[in-house]
Design a protein around this ligand. Structure first.
Ligand SMILES: Cc1ncc(COP(=O)(O)O)c(C=O)c1O
Length: 402
């Protein structure tokens, strides 16, 4: 059968995204269909809830998502929105404004739209925006800036996790010296943490210096903070502090807030008030958004304290797993919740992953060509005591010996 370009692109995308790290023997579809077993912390299943060492968040099945919405509704009677206005969506927007210290926030159907509209509006009539070469904005948004918004994206920081002030000054100098028909630079964007650098965070000093320079030179600064909560949890810099250095901040509702989709864009009132018209123009105004915003509202509550627990518990767990013969799980420099895991040659990853999945509902990802497995921590690590997790791994290692 002929494979369409779209199918191939989709398959390549899954391969290149974190979904490539699926547990052995489980395809993405099998994972989705595992909804028959209730498995995220509210399970009666003898093996207990799923602990996934793969994804950003809890990765709810449809059944679990519906159950979670039901339990939220039972306790707080969710108020629906009408075309994004009012109800729990407005409550979430207000909560995000407070959370980021910005004047206002607005719901958008996707982070891609949030990034693109932020750049379009911040740029005004300027055509150029400088964005990290390894960023979602540059590599994964289908040239929307160029093709839809008439903005030219200029990549910076090739082959680095993140760019710094010197890189920025150099590229602006180069543009100035080498382009004859000059058009303006309006916006600089930073992604933090950096998805294509295994979730490394950008040091706050780097952000501060870029922010000061941009202010002094009248460039706007946008943060793609899809996963900013995870940077905050691992760097001990609050979301508010990060946000204070930017004109606009986008945060995903589905990476660490477990919604089925959606994004929040935060900024000052004058800026955010322009958004709802733009969202409509680009077809993003949805009749009801409460199925996303109610879940995100629930998980935004107390997120800092919950993640402080996750970070501590994970540290202790990784210390214990590293004591098992043949297991090595190492943090990255400026790393967040993604660790490099390797196994000694006499342990079969396939056997270990299958055992953990089948016997204990723990999901472990595949290795790359060098045998490195991206061991990822999320809130599901809170679902079992470390002693129970370590016991399962110990049994897994014993039977995975080759
Ligand atoms: C860093 C980053 N920014 C933006 C996005 C876009 O989010 P959405 O899928 O909601 O368009 C993603 C999604 O993976 C992302 O990882």
């Amino acid at each position: 059968m002929k494979t369409s370009n779209t199918t191939k692109a989709r398959r390549d995308f899954i391969k290149k995204s974190s979904a490539s790290a699926l547990p052995f023997l489980l395809s993405p579809y099998a994972l989705q269909n595992s909804s028959k077993t209730k498995n995220h912390g509210h399970s009666n299943n003898a093996k207990g809830p799923v602990i996934n060492f793969i994804f950003d968040g809890l990765s709810f099945s449809p059944e679990e998502y519906i159950e979670k919405l039901g339990s939220i509704n039972a306790s707080q009677n969710i108020q629906p929105d009408f075309y994004g206005n009012g109800g729990i969506t407005k409550q979430l927007e207000d909560k995000f404004a407070q959370h980021t210290g910005k004047q206002k926030a607005i719901y958008l159907p996707s982070g891609t739209m949030a990034n693109q509209l932020a750049i379009k509006l911040l740029n005004q009539n300027n055509t150029k925006a400088i964005v990290p070469e390894n960023s979602h904005i540059f590599r994964d948004e289908a040239d929307a800036a160029q093709s839809v918004h008439n903005k030219r994206l200029i990549p910076i920081g090739q082959n680095k996790a993140h760019f710094d002030l010197n890189d920025l000054k150099n590229i602006i100098k180069q543009l100035d010296e080498n382009e004859v028909f000059k058009s303006g630079l309006g916006t600089v964007a930073i992604e933090n943490p950096v998805r294509r650098a295994d979730g490394k965070f950008v040091p706050i000093e780097t952000i501060q210096s870029i922010s000061t320079y941009c202010k002094a030179n009248n460039y706007k600064l946008h943060l793609d903070g899809a996963r900013i909560h995870i940077a905050a949890a691992y760097s001990n810099i609050s979301v508010k502090e990060y946000a204070s250095h930017f004109d606009t901040v986008y945060i995903s509702l589905y990476k660490y807030l477990n919604a089925a989709g959606g994004a929040m864009l935060c900024g000052d009132s004058e800026f955010i008030d322009q958004l709802s018209h733009q969202i409509k123009i680009f077809g993003g105004t949805c009749y009801q958004t409460w199925t996303n915003t109610a879940i995100a509202f629930h998980y935004l509550d107390d997120i800092e304290n919950r993640w402080a627990k996750v970070v501590q518990k994970a540290k202790n767990l990784i210390d214990q797993l590293n004591k098992l013969d043949g297991i090595s799980i190492q943090p990255l420099t400026n790393g967040t919740n993604i660790y490099d895991m390797t196994l000694s040659k006499n342990i079969s990853l396939k056997n270990l992953a299958n055992f953990l999945n089948k016997e204990h509902q723990m999901w472990l990802g595949r290795g790359d060509k060098n045998g490195i497995i991206k061991f990822t921590i999320n809130e599901s690590v809170l679902f079992k005591e470390n002693i129970t997790i370590v016991k399962a791994w110990k049994a897994g290692v014993a039977q995975a010996k080759i």
